[in-house]
Design a protein around this ligand. Structure first.
Ligand code: CU
Length: 154
């Protein structure tokens, strides 16, 4: 009898794990550790996440130059938004850290401009829509120089 009930509870546990909702509840948050360099590159240019997953991106600037001259931020765009268009539209908005309020509708999450050895982080829930979400540094010319990447949601 005891063996039978044990078998039954195992079967229930297996069903619960196979259920997508249970999988989401059980899924651990994803932490992405990223470094920004004055060579206008990120240490991470691609990562994968699942719809509904909680993601924390931690960004550390290993830059040496002052924030005014060589600041680095991270802007994660919503699905279908183009990083080059965002960077071009934000280029004159120094007062807002190159993250203008008028473009807020295009942004999923962001970390403000960092100076040398500063760190920042952002936590967000991955949207339900599968696809590619671009991220970039919106300091003038950095995105064009290659300071960008993608979050692949699947
Ligand atoms: Cu940058």
């Amino acid at each position: 009898m005891k063996t039978k009930s044990l078998t039954l509870s195992c079967a229930i546990a297996a069903i619960a794990l196979a259920c997508p909702a249970a999988r989401l509840l059980a899924e651990a948050p994803l932490v992405v550790n990223m470094i920004a360099y004055d060579t206008m590159k990120y240490s991470v240019t691609k990562f994968e996440a699942h719809p509904g997953q909680k993601v924390t991106i931690k960004l550390k600037s290993e830059g040496m130059q002052p924030k005014d001259v060589m600041g680095h931020n991270l802007v994660v765009l919503r699905a279908g938004e183009d990083p080059t268009s965002y960077a071009n539209a934000a280029i004159t908005d120094k007062a807002e850290g190159y993250e203008p309020k008028k473009l807020a509708g295009k942004v999923l999450a962001s970390i403000p401009q960092l100076g040398p050895k500063e760190t920042g982080s952002t936590t967000f829930t991955v949207p339900a829509k599968a696809g590619t979400y671009a991220f970039l540094c919106s300091f003038p010319a950095h995105c064009m120089a290659g300071m960008r990447g993608v979050m692949v949601v699947k």
